[in-house]
Design a protein around this ligand. Structure first.
Ligand SMILES: [Fe+2]
Ligand SMILES: [Fe+2]
Length: 354
């Protein structure tokens, strides 16, 4: 085991935890034992300094592994928060740890959820089978648990939206925005207060699954149509509109019977003025999950990039939705504007730094 090669004290007045994340035994376990992918630092309490103990990617012998494990158990090992993109990816494969690791800041947790959910959604869209659906459900249950413990946490999910043109990115953006709206709508009966909260977590999970799967049927639309730059022909539009019934058939086959999930898939293109599809429903005939999914989906589509245009600005997207009050639920678009502007009422705005 090499001795610390470099050592430094945290900048004056800055707590150690701002620069470094403590490596708990749980976090140590997410890395390959023989070759940790991040620099590992040792904290010398007596000197108040942190020194590099082991460089990223270098091999650790069996003896050194035992020493590192011992130091982690003593709480003396740290990694640089700058290396967040590396440890976030590893943590996203063992998502349950976000519920027990207090050292992770909310922005890191949001990105870890985003990575994990994008991966699970992409796998499921690629192979819409029961096993992949169960994996996605598992991650969604962890998200529901995380949000139920503190509903204010939904605001930070809006800091982890991505802009790539990718069906899994669109699904997770829709989920993050939609679940924020759902928590704001239901926050008059705060989750986490009293009782086991089982019903609230189940409702959160169902809404989240519906949001994540709303465009499931798009997997049956040929890519050359969904990627068309412009000038969609009538038959192209009809093909795209059939993604609703294709999605419903798929959840039927997978025996997903939750009405909230079904309403999301069936109604996310319905509009209050009857101009939507597939049924041209109006006003209250559209369920609340359907209206909520419509707002979250349209916002996510507007801020995502497309083959023929760059990503739209979130401010302009919200302004458009608020302006289109004949088509989108005014209460929901108002909540969306508040969520993006000042967060959840009664909650402190999440810190955006890592
Ligand atoms: Fe859709
Ligand atoms: Fe969509």
């Amino acid at each position: 085991m090499p001795q610390p090669e470099t050592s430094s004290a945290p900048p004056p007045g800055q707590p150690l935890s701002e620069t470094y994340l403590q490596i708990s035994p749980n976090i140590l376990e997410i890395f390959p034992r023989f070759r940790p992918p991040v620099d590992i630092y040792l904290h010398d309490e007596a000197l108040g300094r942190v020194g590099l103990l082991h460089g990223a990617g270098r091999r650790l012998g069996a003896e050194a592994q035992a020493r590192v494990a011992g130091l982690a158990a003593e709480g003396r090992l740290f990694l640089l928060r700058e290396d967040y993109h590396v440890y976030a990816r590893h943590l996203s494969r063992k998502l349950g740890l976000v519920l027990v690791e207090d050292g992770l800041n909310p922005c890191e947790v949001a990105e870890i959820f985003s990575l994990a959910l994008r991966d699970k959604v992409a796998r499921f869209l690629d192979q819409p089978r029961r096993e992949e659906l169960d994996r996605l459900r598992g991650d969604i249950a962890i998200l529901a648990e995380y949000l139920w413990a503190d509903p204010c946490r939904v605001a930070v999910l809006t800091r982890a939206l991505h802009r790539d043109h990718d069906p899994a990115v669109h699904a997770v953006n829709t989920l993050f925005i939609g679940i924020g709206l759902f928590v704001m709508l239901t926050s008059s009966a705060p989750a986490g207060a009293g009782g086991s909260g089982g019903a609230e977590r189940t409702a959160l999970s169902a809404m989240a699954l519906g949001l994540a799967l709303h465009d499931l049927g798009m997997t049956s639309v040929p890519r050359f149509i969904t990627d068309k730059e412009r000038y969609l022909l009538r038959r192209d539009r009809e093909s795209i509109e059939r993604h609703i019934e294709a999605g419903l058939r798929m959840i039927e086959r997978l025996k997903v019977r939750d009405p909230v999930v079904r309403q999301c898939l069936e109604e996310h293109h319905e509009r209050l003025d009857g101009s939507g599809y597939p049924r041209g429903l109006r006003g209250e005939a559209i369920s609340l999950p359907g209206r909520l999914c419509a707002v979250a989906d349209t916002f996510a589509a507007m801020i995502g990039s497309r083959p023929h245009r760059g990503a739209g600005s979130p401010d302009e997207a919200v302004a458009t939705l608020v302006h289109e009050s004949r088509r989108y639920d005014r209460r929901l678009t108002g909540l969306l504007a508040a969520l993006l502007d000042s967060g959840v009422p009664g909650c402190a705005m999440p810190r955006t730094g890592r």
